[in-house]
Structures are given as structure tokens and as C-alpha cells.
Design a protein around this ligand. Structure first.
Ligand SMILES: Nc1ncnc2c1ncn2[C@@H]1O[C@H](COP(=O)(O)OP(=O)(O)OP(=O)(O)O)[C@@H](O)[C@H]1O
Ligand SMILES: [Mg+2]
Length: 240
């Protein structure tokens, strides 16, 4: 399987703060790759650089053969790379259905194809179907998280960037969200997943990267990382 996303020697600054330092990673077509790391390590910053919301100082990001590190965010979405941002950024005054429609807005294919994807999203996330006419702002936190994911899927992405999809969810919903990510991937969508829930993330991922203060410090097969004593100590609650 070929490389779909390649980040090389990425450097991102906020003013004089050097947030991302020479970071490199790759995601192959069909994989789930996770990036785990503590608060403030630079996970969201990396995701924003990939999705075009932040411009790197140096380094390159290539997606499907396109150099995207200097491309505008809206254009990157049209290449099939969608982001589901950290926090629950849904349009609270719009219904579930309207939020999903907005996700499909950059697509140029037929109405019928979009309709198929409504069905796909409702099949993956049945709670959204039950609540399709409800205002997004009145959904529970977990439901809003699902809506944010559903909206990203409506852009028919080839690759999905997920930033902390399990944040703030009950254990039951966390399980549901991870199951959904796995199914989305089985439907052919490549996934880069940023998580503080390292255990669950390494459980569904093929490969993983550990990020510390803006740099990758470890990488490997997800199962190897999950067995690594240092990873266990720092990210898996210290269980030996
Ligand atoms: N707009 C900003 N201006 C200045 N510094 C910022 C800005 N956004 C993030 N930072 C800093 O960059 C570093 C990386 O932040 P980032 O949000 O990428 O971390 P993270 O790994 O996503 O953390 P979390 O797990 O808490 O979401 C942090 O030290 C943070 O304080
Ligand atoms: Mg973050």
C-alpha cells in the first residue's frame, strides 16, 4: 500500500514559540495511524498544519502527490482530506440534517451520491438518524461529537483526520466512537487519529507515533508500542 500522507521535517511556530520541531510521519493508504502524546505536546498543531489551518515555517506535507503545506484549507478538503476538529464544532442553530448537508457542500458529484452518503452516515451513526431534525445545539456532548464526525464523512473523504474524538465521552460512548472509527476505516477511509486515550487508540491502529514537546520520540507497530514499557509507564496508566 502506498503512502497517502507524508509529513517531512515539519516546523511550526506560534510567534517565537517553536511548537513543532522537525516532525516527520507517514500514513499509508488504508491504515489507521495514531499519534499519542500528553497535553500540549503538539498534536492539534500538527493536525492543523496538515489540514491547512496553520502554515508551517518549514518542511513539507504531501497528500496523494499534492504538496499541500502551502494550500488553503478549503482546497485541501476538495482533495479528499477531511478534518474532524478537536472539541465539538457543530452549527448549534442548525439541525442535524443541515449540519450534515454542510459537510457535503464542497462536493461536485450527484445529488444521488450525496443521498447515498446520508444513508451511510445514518447507518454508521444511528443516533443521528433518530435526531435528524433536532437542533445541533440541543444534542448531548457525545451526540455532537458524532455529528462532527458525520459531517466530516459527508465530504466523502479518502482520508480523515480525527482530533481527540473520545474527549469528554462516557466509557460507553468512547467504545462506540472507536467502533465507528474502525468501521469507517473498513469502508476504505484512511485515518490519522490523535488521542489521549492511548489504550483505545493503539488497540484499533495499525501504527503509532509518540509525540513529546513537538517532536516524534517513538514510532512503530501499534501492538509493539502498546507493549513498550516506556509507553505503558507514560501513556497507559503505568500498568506493567
Ligand atoms: N495559538 C497559540 N498561540 C501560542 N501557543 C499555542 C497556540 N496554540 C497552541 N500553542 C502551544 O503549542 C503547544 C502545542 O499545543 P497543541 O494544542 O498542539 O497541543 P496538543 O498536543 O493538541 O494538546 P492537548 O492534548 O491538550 O489537546 C502548546 O504548548 C500550546 O500552548
Ligand atoms: Mg489538542
Amino acid at each position: 500500500m502506498g503512502e497517502l500522507l507524508k509529513v517531512e521535517n515539519l516546523n511550526v511556530y506560534y510567534g517565537s514559540i517553536h511548537a513543532i520541531k522537525d516532525l516527520s510521519l507517514t500514513v499509508n493508504e488504508g491504515e489507521i495511524v495514531t499519534m499519542i502524546g500528553a497535553n500540549g505536546a503538539g498534536k492539534t498543531t500538527t493536525m492543523h498544519a496538515i489540514s491547512g489551518l496553520l502554515k508551517p515555517r518549514s518542511g513539507s506535507i504531501t497528500y496523494d502527490g499534492h504538496l499541500i503545506s502551502r494550500m488553503d484549507a478549503y482546497k485541501i478538503v476538495t482533495l479528499g482530506l477531511a478534518q474532524c476538529p478537536e472539541g465539538r464544532r457543530v452549527f448549534s442553530g442548525l439541525t442535524v440534517h443541515e449540519n450534515l448537508e454542510l459537510g457535503a457542500y464542497s462536493r461536485k458529484d450527484s445529488k444521488a451520491a450525496v443521498e447515498d452518503d446520508f444513508n451511510m452516515v445514518f447507518e454508521l451513526l444511528p443516533r443521528l438518524k433518530e435526531r435528524r431534525n433536532q437542533l445541533a445545539g440541543t444534542l448531548s456532548g457525545g451526540e455532537q461529537q458524532m455529528l462532527a464526525m458525520g459531517r466530516a464523512l459527508m465530504s466523502k473523504p479518502r482520508m480523515l483526520l480525527l482530533d481527540e474524538p473520545s474527549m469528554g465521552l462516557s466509557p460507553l460512548l468512547v467504545k462506540e466512537i472507536f467502533r465507528t472509527i474502525k468501521r469507517v476505516n473498513e469502508n476504505g477511509v484512511t485515518v490519522l487519529l490523535v488521542e489521549q486515550n492511548a489504550k483505545m487508540a493503539l488497540n484499533i491502529a495499525n501504527r503509532g507515533y509518540v509525540i513529546e514537546t513537538g517532536s516524534i520520540t517513538m514510532e512503530g507497530k501499534a501492538s509493539d508500542l502498546a507493549d513498550d514499557p516506556k509507553v505503558k509507564q507514560a501513556y497507559l496508566g503505568g500498568a506493567a
